[in-house]
Design a protein around this ligand. Structure first.
Ligand SMILES: [Cu+2]
Length: 138
């Protein structure tokens, strides 16, 4: 999780050299997000992080997506999360009907996970297409 920690502390200082990185990335392809959002999928589908880690999603497609937690599929004492910062799944779904809560091409969303457990989330407009993902927090 070194990269994530680096991102958390370095913020936007992207010009810092990534000492210790084994790969040299072209700047346009810098791997500085954790989960990409393709036309109808989160890639990767599942990731495992540590308590306190911040996960960054980036919309790598040209379509609008959401990152919306299933309220019944996150740990009981965890904070609810969704793009648009809604405090419930119902609120997020309702807002989407009003065209709110989307992240568009190239935009990012991030959430810090403070409670261990499994978090299943989905994309509201592509839920039926199977656009779901899991964050496992250890
Ligand atoms: Cu989507």
């Amino acid at each position: 999780m070194d990269r994530r920690r680096f991102l958390a502390t370095a913020g936007t200082a992207a010009s810092l050299s990534l000492a210790g990185c084994s790969a040299v990335l072209p700047s346009s392809a810098a791997d500085d997000y954790d989960i990409g959002m393709t036309a109808e999928a989160f890639r990767p589908y599942e990731i495992t992080v540590s308590v306190g880690d911040t996960v960054v999603w980036e919309n790598t497609s040209t379509r609008a997506h959401s990152v919306t937690a299933y309220e019944e599929q996150i740990p009981d004492d965890a904070e609810y999360f969704a793009t648009g910062d809604y405090d419930s799944e119902a609120a997020a779904r309702e807002a989407w009907d009003g065209n709110a809560g989307a992240i568009t091409a190239g935009q990012r969303y991030e959430h810090t996970f403070e409670v261990p457990g499994d978090y299943t989330y989905f994309c509201i407009p592509h839920e039926q297409a199977g656009m779901v993902g899991i964050v496992r927090v250890e």
